[in-house]
Design a protein around this ligand. Structure first.
Ligand code: ZN
Ligand code: FE
Length: 254
């Protein structure tokens, strides 16, 4: 199986898993790049995997299945009419034609029923975890999102994180405001700036790198907690409150 990215809209990635001529599309917000790929490669659509209901992740489903009928896997607890295989925590997905299986993790926070897929050392996490950042809290609570991010952070450190957006560089600006003294983060900032200067992707990243540089995974670290408390001017009791304060801070960060 190999994995490649198709770019969509401003900064979305549609991840394609490929085994021979079988292709799985993860979060196809737009059908046109996927249809073009399938035609160019003379490949067939084996399945669609969805993480959550937002249009930039689901908008291409109808157009794809009209031309390439295929099962649509997705979260049981989200309003997505096109899903044919609803999924919950602990379910396993084996796309038709593939040997690999993917485990379903419920990661509420960005939306109420958001799920992620983990398998073969790869994590498809939609809008939950981004390079050096995390998704906004549109439907869930800070407690839910912190628990979801902690669940992802507990996966093996060499897990490759396939985020759905190219947000790393702007996220790093915020991360540096939180942890100006984090040397690993400073090094990452340099690498990411170089990649973006030539419009190259900064994802997938590794979970180990995220755990060392992503402030939203580091709410239990003293420097992150102190920085968040200083910014909001109150005492923060524990990582839940640190996470909530960081997320608020990031929302207004320019
Ligand atoms: Zn979203
Ligand atoms: Fe999105």
């Amino acid at each position: 199986m190999d994995i490649q990215a198709l770019r969509a809209f401003e900064d979305n990635y549609i991840w394609l898993l490929r085994e021979g001529r079988c292709v799985v599309a993860v979060d196809p917000g737009d059908d046109s790049p996927v249809l073009r790929y399938l035609a160019d490669e003379n490949a067939s659509l084996a399945a669609i995997l969805l993480t959550h209901h937002h249009g930039d992740h689901t908008g291409g489903v109808a157009g794809l299945i009209a031309r390439h009928p295929a099962p649509v896997y997705g979260p049981a607890n989200e309003p997505i009419a096109s899903i044919t295989v609803p999924l919950r925590e602990g379910d396993t997905v084996i796309p038709p034609g593939f040997k690999e299986n993917f485990r379903v993790l419920e990661v509420p926070g960005h939306t109420r029923g958001h799920i992620a897929y983990y398998g073969h050392g790869a994590l498809f996490c939609g809008d939950t975890l981004f390079g050096c950042g995390c998704g906004r809290l549109f439907e869930g609570t800070a407690e839910q999102m912190w628990a979801s991010l902690s669940k992802l952070a507990a996966l093996p450190p060499d897990t490759k994180v396939f985020c759905a957006h190219e947000y790393t560089q702007s996220n790093i600006r915020f991360a540096l405001a939180v942890e100006p003294g984090n040397v690993t983060l400073q090094e990452r900032a340099g690498r990411v700036a170089q990649l973006r200067a030539s419009e190259q992707a900064t994802v997938p990243c590794t979970l180990a790198e995220e755990c060392e540089t992503n402030p939203f995974l580091r709410c239990a670290e003293a420097e992150v907690a102190a920085s968040a408390a200083r910014h909001c001017g109150t005492r923060l009791a524990g990582p839940n409150e640190v996470f909530a304060a960081l997320r608020e801070w990031k929302n207004s960060f320019r």
